[in-house]
Design a protein around this ligand. Structure first.
Ligand SMILES: NC(=O)c1ccc[n+]([C@@H]2O[C@H](COP(=O)([O-])OP(=O)(O)OC[C@H]3O[C@@H](n4cnc5c(N)ncnc54)[C@H](OP(=O)(O)O)[C@@H]3O)[C@@H](O)[C@H]2O)c1
Length: 247
């Protein structure tokens, strides 16, 4: 891949931020997108500082766009730019895990809006604008394969997203559509999910996994780059989970 323009929806944190950094360091143009202008500004400053510290690097260019992936007008407005690849890592963990009696319908709708309908809106408005060989890559997750109490809606969303991608791989062809399914990855989402118990929970999972550690955002970013670059992969779910499905 050379000089590609990649839109990363969710690019202000965790996996999306790591992906933006790796793309910029490889000389690509990157647009990061998310809801919070504060997070967009912070991510821009962080990425800019990281590139400035790498003297001699021929880095790509960066811009930031405010968008809520669940709002159709905002997603539709993204067509004003031309992209080669689009990655979606957006997810809002607030209220996304709860036992059934406490799970509100609004919270369930919010999970589906961000993780399923958002990617569907991206496909609807941007899919046909991508060049042949371009790609859409979504992010599902291990909860679809190793569900637990409280994860009903995340598991549902992850499974639905993978079914959506298989359909889109045919409907949007020759544009390629794939999904990355991460296992547990040390990102800021765990501050919301586990709070002070974050280190203990990630440590316990690390001990359980065949690879002996949880994932890093860079592990996932590398998988995105593989799916962007390999023109023979479409309709596929790439598991980047340290062997979690086997345990
Ligand atoms: N971390 C894990 O262990 C893990 C495991 C399995 C699957 N996953 C999946 O991997 C993906 C990335 O997770 P992460 O850990 O990198 O999350 P993260 O660090 O919390 O980052 C989430 C990003 O999504 C953005 N976002 C949230 N809601 C959005 C919306 N409605 N519209 C646009 N952007 C939105 C956030 O910015 P704003 O809040 O400013 O919008 C942020 O940039 C998610 O789909 C998650 O479900 C994560």
């Amino acid at each position: 891949m050379t000089n590609q323009h990649v839109l990363v929806i969710g690019g202000t944190s965790g996996m999306g931020l790591a992906l933006a950094a790796q793309l910029l360091e490889a000389g690509h143009r990157v647009t990061i997108a998310g809801r919070s202008s504060t997070r967009l500004a912070a991510a821009t400053a962080q990425l800019t500082a990281r590139l400035a510290a790498r003297a001699g690097l021929c880095a790509g260019s960066l811009r930031a766009v405010q968008v809520d992936i669940g709002v159709e007008d905002q997603v539709a407005a993204l067509v004003h730019d031309a992209y080669d690849h689009v990655a979606v890592t957006a997810a809002d963990a607030v209220g996304a895990y709860a036992p059934l009696p406490a799970f509100t319908l609004d919270a369930a709708r919010s999970v589906l809006a961000t993780k399923v309908l958002g990617p569907w809106l991206v496909a609807k408005h941007l899919g046909a604008t991508l060049p042949p060989g371009g790609s859409l890559t979504f992010t599902s997750g291990i909860a679809a394969y190793r569900p637990g109490p409280g994860s009903s809606m995340i598991a549902t969303a992850n499974g639905a997203l993978e079914a959506l991608a298989r359909t889109l791989a045919l409907e949007l062809a020759p544009v390629r559509v794939n999904v990355i399914s991460p296992g547990w990855v040390d990102t800021p989402i765990w501050d919301t999910l586990a709070g002070a118990a974050k280190a203990d929970r990630l440590g316990a999972m690390a001990a359980r996994l065949p690879v002996g550690r949880v994932g890093t955002p860079d592990d996932i970013a590398q998988a995105f780059l593989t799916l962007f670059a390999n023109g023979f992969i479409t309709g596929t779910v790439l598991h980047v989970d340290g062997g979690h499905r086997l345990t």
